[in-house]
Ligand binder design. Structure first.
Ligand SMILES: [Zn+2]
Length: 415
């Protein structure tokens, strides 16, 4: 089942990581929901060494942080190289180098919004690998990243480019039909540096000519992909809106189901049984319906969103009430980067407590990424990724939309 893993380099290797301390007016313990007054977080080489009442920490005067501190947030489903204005035919005019430049910009925007870690699940070519490596080398600012590179999918499916007629012979990089070609694609993506494998189990909203609820990859193909990925120490994230594809993906052993829009009771039961995370992007429906057409999304895409947006939110409520594991993921790139935290209020509106929504973006997302104890928490051994908001996020979860302080690995990025 959930074997593995990660032999991944989890560090920002940027020149000498700093040593010091931050002193917070208040600190939210995301495990218990307790808010502690006047706390100091000490760190050495960018890693937390102690957390406790102010005055207990070492030598140098700490950085004073006003407001409520908490660990840096995690978005487990972003597309840093994509912008919402590049949907539909507009996207054909955006080169691979330009997508990389988009990613550099959006990485910084995301970090300054308080998201110090992300999982990038789908990018053209290996633009996301380059951005991750640039961040890790300290060349550019951005969240700690796990990246998938090009998503795997069937010919004509959600991962393919279906906008051009046959004579252009345009097939997206991740297209692979059949178990062995799909295994080859897993190996190829790993060769070029991905941390995880993203697959398209069902149709999608923003792709042309397919149906979100209809299965695309077969169970047999997904079993081959998961087997190959897990053997090589990589987790698998499956895009699946459709009821059957969600179940097939879980049975195949994927580590997370993305969107999970049309999940039914059987799918929820299977997800719980297998420990599969659900990453349900329940904010972006608002954006797509209000701004999608102006952003260039195809009319059929807007219609598809109308068909599943509300159902996804209702199913989020049912899955959460049933006790399924849920990690915070928003599909940023479909809506503007930096607005990631707008999803917290939706998660609360649709059944989570405010603490549960915050835990989805800290403890649960870290667990999904295999980085528990490193990110999404502030304890000795974790990265000194600290954010602060004004007010109490357990009273008003929208305070997370207005992050006033961001530290990453002990370096202040926003103050
Ligand atoms: Zn996505």
């Amino acid at each position: 089942m959930r074997t593995i893993l990660l032999p991944l380099a989890l560090c920002l290797t940027a020149a000498a990581a700093p040593t010091g301390a931050v002193r917070c007016d208040k600190l939210l313990d995301v495990k218990t929901g307790t808010i502690l007054a006047d706390q100091t977080i000490s760190f050495a080489d960018g890693v937390v060494t102690a957390v406790g009442p102010a005055g207990t920490a070492g030598q140098a005067p700490p950085i004073a942080v006003h407001g409520t501190c908490l660990p840096g947030l995690i978005d487990a489903h972003v597309h840093l190289t994509f912008n919402p204005t590049d949907e539909g035919y507009n996207g054909l005019g955006v080169s691979i180098p330009r997508q990389t430049v988009n990613g550099v910009h959006n990485a910084r925007v995301t970090l300054l919004a308080g998201f110090t870690t992300v999982r990038n699940v789908g990018a053209d070519d290996f633009t996301d690998v380059a951005i991750r490596d640039g961040i890790n080398a300290g060349d550019i600012d951005g969240p700690r990243m796990q990246v998938s590179g090009p998503p795997l999918g069937i010919t004509g499916g959600h991962a393919d480019n279906n906008l051009l007629p046959y004579e252009y012979h345009d097939t997206a990089m991740g297209v692979a039909d059949g178990p062995w070609p799909a295994r080859h694609k897993v190996r190829e993506n790993i060769k070029y540096g991905v941390d995880l494998i993203k697959i398209m189990a069902s149709g999608g909203v923003l792709s042309k000519g397919d149906t979100p609820g209809a299965p695309q990859y077969t169970l047999e193909e997904m079993q081959a992909i998961v087997d190959e990925a897990h053997r090589l120490g990589r987790r698998v994230a499956a895009h699946a809106h459709g009821t059957q594809s969600i179940k097939d993906a879980i049975i195949a052993g994927v580590n997370s189901v993305e969107h999970a829009s049309l999940i039914d009771d059987e799918g929820i039961r299977l997800a719980k049984q297998h420990g599969t995370y659900l990453v349900m992007d329940i904010y972006n429906d608002d954006y797509i319906l209000q701004h999608g057409a102006a952003a260039g999304m195809l009319p059929e895409s807007i219609e598809k969103e109308k068909g599943i947006g509300r159902l996804q939110r209702e199913n989020f409520r049912r899955a959460h009430a049933a006790g399924a594991r849920i990690a915070f993921g928003t599909d940023a790139g479909v809506y503007p980067h930096g607005d990631n935290a707008k999803q917290f209020a939706k998660m609360v509106q649709w059944g989570m407590t405010k603490l549960e929504a915050i835990q989805a973006a800290t403890l649960s997302a870290a667990d999904l990424m295999g980085w528990s104890g490193k990110v999404g928490i502030l304890v000795p051994g974790s990265y000194a990724d600290v954010i602060a908001v004004q007010g109490n996020p357990l009273e008003d979860v929208t305070t997370l939309e207005r992050v006033t302080f961001v530290m990453q690995g002990g370096t202040v990025k926003k103050q």
